[in-house]
Design a protein around this ligand. Structure first.
Ligand SMILES: C[S@@+](CC[C@H](N)C(=O)[O-])C[C@H]1O[C@@H](n2cnc3c(N)ncnc32)[C@H](O)[C@@H]1O
Length: 242
């Protein structure tokens, strides 16, 4: 189901190509819209996730689907790390990340173009992995999660953040008005991409949530998989270990 929800519904084009094209298109506005549309709460979610991996004292971390690198920058600020591989499909998103790196003078972050479903790294290479709002966009979710598992060291933590929906019916209705009505309008206005911020609620709706996603993590071999609802359930944090 997840792989059929694509940004542009072009014939003969896979989800991966369309996702890459969409993030290339909106890269110049991504950070601005991200913080505007989440009222800055996304920063708190990433910090919470980084505190979690900090308990494992990692040295070498991969930030999967890094986009413009916000997770990687926070990890570099909050933890004592030797290296962060910040990997993404979209060259334009990475280019913004590299520009931010020059300003922040973080020389431990390496921005790398790559695909979660075919990682160019040896098995058992990373002490921890973060993935913020990325896995929902994978063309083949299970293949991506399996590759992420492969490159993690045994016992290493993975923390995934994904947009979710509140469980409470009343809050869900309010959230729905915002998410399906206001957010696509504001997104279209600023990003100039007619589909990106309509694809966002569509892809969130189609993506497995809570225990359903935990089951997939377990099926892919991860242990101690759990989920936690953040900010009334708007965001879900999934934690697990190889
Ligand atoms: C919503 S952005 C999230 C960026 C960032 N992690 C954050 O927290 O703001 C999703 C990112 O996932 C990337 N992505 C989607 N599919 C991918 C794949 N198969 N491999 C690597 N990156 C992917 C996109 O290019 C995009 O930059």
């Amino acid at each position: 189901m997840n792989e059929h929800v694509k940004p542009y519904h072009k014939d003969g084009e896979g989800k991966k190509e369309e996702v890459e094209q969409m993030f290339d298109n909106i890269a110049h506005r991504y950070d601005f819209l991200n913080h505007l549309l989440s009222a800055g709460i996304d920063r708190l979610w990433r910090k919470k996730a980084i505190k979690h991996i900090g308990r494992y004292s990692p040295k070498c971390v991969m930030d999967m689907a890094t986009g413009t690198g916000d997770f990687a920058f926070d990890a570099a600020n909050m933890l004592e790390l030797d290296k962060i591989v910040a990997l993404d499909l979209s060259e334009e998103m990475l280019a913004i990340g590299r520009k931010k790196m020059k300003k922040n003078r973080h020389n431990i972050i390496e921005f790398v173009k790559g695909d979660s479903e075919n990682l160019n790294y040896e098995s058992n290479s990373f002490d921890a992995m973060t993935a913020g709002f990325g896995v929902r966009n994978f063309e083949n979710l299970e293949k991506g999660l399996r590759e992420m598992y492969r490159v993690l060291k045994p016992g290493a933590p993975l923390v995934i953040l994904e947009v979710s929906q509140p469980n409470n019916k009343f809050l869900k209705a309010i959230f729905s008005v915002y998410f399906k009505g206001i957010l696509p309008l504001v997104g279209r206005l600023f990003s100039k991409d007619h589909r990106a911020y309509t694809y966002l609620p569509e892809s969130v709706e189609a993506f497995p949530k809570g225990e359903d996603f935990v089951k997939i993590l377990k099926k892919m071999g991860y242990s101690n998989a759990k989920h936690q609802a953040l900010t009334l359930g708007i965001c879900a944090m999934y934690i697990c270990e190889k």
